[in-house]
Design a protein around this ligand. Structure first.
Ligand SMILES: O=C(COP(=O)(O)O)N(O)CCCOP(=O)(O)O
Ligand SMILES: [Zn+2]
Length: 283
């Protein structure tokens, strides 16, 4: 009872909201995220990076997500985040993922096109959705210089050609966000987003949303972002709550006593994000 991400994002694009691409790192992340989405009656894209799959184990990912979605009332996709190769993508598809990202953004354009095209053919043949990336969403960089912007941010005309030649369902674009904790305030290139959306009326993805001011994410959604990836904010919510617990009770040793409150902190943060994205009651 997983759904293809394309279905979820098509509706979001049509109705002008965004859906969270929320990363899971363990049991408590999965439980906190799915409970929040169910209570908010929101569609949900659960996603695992390759690092998370290594940490959890792909059979556990599938088993936990199956348990989490067995009786769910909301549409849920299970998505591979930042897939690095055709082989990893195929492994996830074989295990039952309903969506995959193949991230060829660090390759030259033609190489990115070739790799993504190959993944789209394989994935679409079995009803699995595909996300790709054009432009560089780096690690945490601050004040990118202007010419660097043109070198790393998504070029609107290239984006049109990329989508036409690959057939991807969703495109991750670089407009000033970065993964992880920002050093300075991220400045999003809203004009570039507007330009890309005017040329490509399709689901667009914003990576690195943790630490971006709420009003900027809301503006990006208004301008056509339909999937927003969040990981670090949930990791920090989980960790900060656990630190608070240990400050109060340093001798705790039962993980349920601190991972439970950590889970609750994730759940509360997810509800905030769902409100920000406008996907409440859109299930
Ligand atoms: O865009 C995002 C989220 O970025 P954010 O953490 O800045 O919110 N992602 O794709 C999450 C990437 C997580 O990768 P890893 O598990 O290797 O750390
Ligand atoms: Zn990302």
């Amino acid at each position: 009872n997983l759904v293809p991400m394309a279905e979820i994002l098509k509706k979001a694009n049509k109705e002008g909201y965004a859906v969270g691409g929320f990363n899971i790192n363990n049991l408590e992340f999965l439980q906190g995220i799915i409970e929040a989405a169910e209570e908010m009656n929101s569609p949900l894209i659960l996603q695992t990076s390759e690092g998370a799959i290594k940490y959890i184990g792909i059979d556990y990912v599938i088993g936990m997500v199956e348990a989490a979605t067995k009786n769910t009332t909301i549409p849920v996709a299970l998505h591979l985040d930042h897939g690095s190769s055709f082989e990893v993508v195929m492994k996830c598809i074989r295990h039952g993922y309903s969506s995959v990202m193949i991230d060829g953004s660090h390759y030259p354009f033609e190489e990115n096109v070739r790799l993504v095209k190959k993944v789209v053919e394989a994935a679409h043949s079995v009803g699995v959705s595909v996300e790709a990336e054009l432009g560089k969403i780096g690690g945490t960089e601050d004040n990118v210089s202007v010419d660097e912007k043109d070198a790393t941010y998504t070029d609107p005309d290239e984006a049109v050609e990329f989508v036409e030649r690959t057939g991807v369902d969703a495109l991750a674009i670089a407009i000033g966000t970065a993964h992880g904790v920002y050093k300075g305030k991220p400045e999003l290139d809203f004009d570039r987003l507007t330009d890309i959306k005017s040329k490509l009326d399709m689901p667009l993805v914003l990576h690195g949303a943790s630490g971006v001011p709420t009003e900027d994410v809301e503006k990006a959604v208004k301008l056509g972002i339909n999937k927003v990836n969040v990981n670090t904010d949930f990791q920090q919510a989980f960790t900060e709550r656990i630190k608070e617990i240990f400050d109060e009770k340093p001798d705790l040793y039962d993980p349920r006593k601190y991972c439970g409150p950590g889970r609750d902190a994730i759940k509360a943060k997810v509800k905030e994000k769902i409100k920000m994205l406008g996907s409440q009651n859109k299930a």
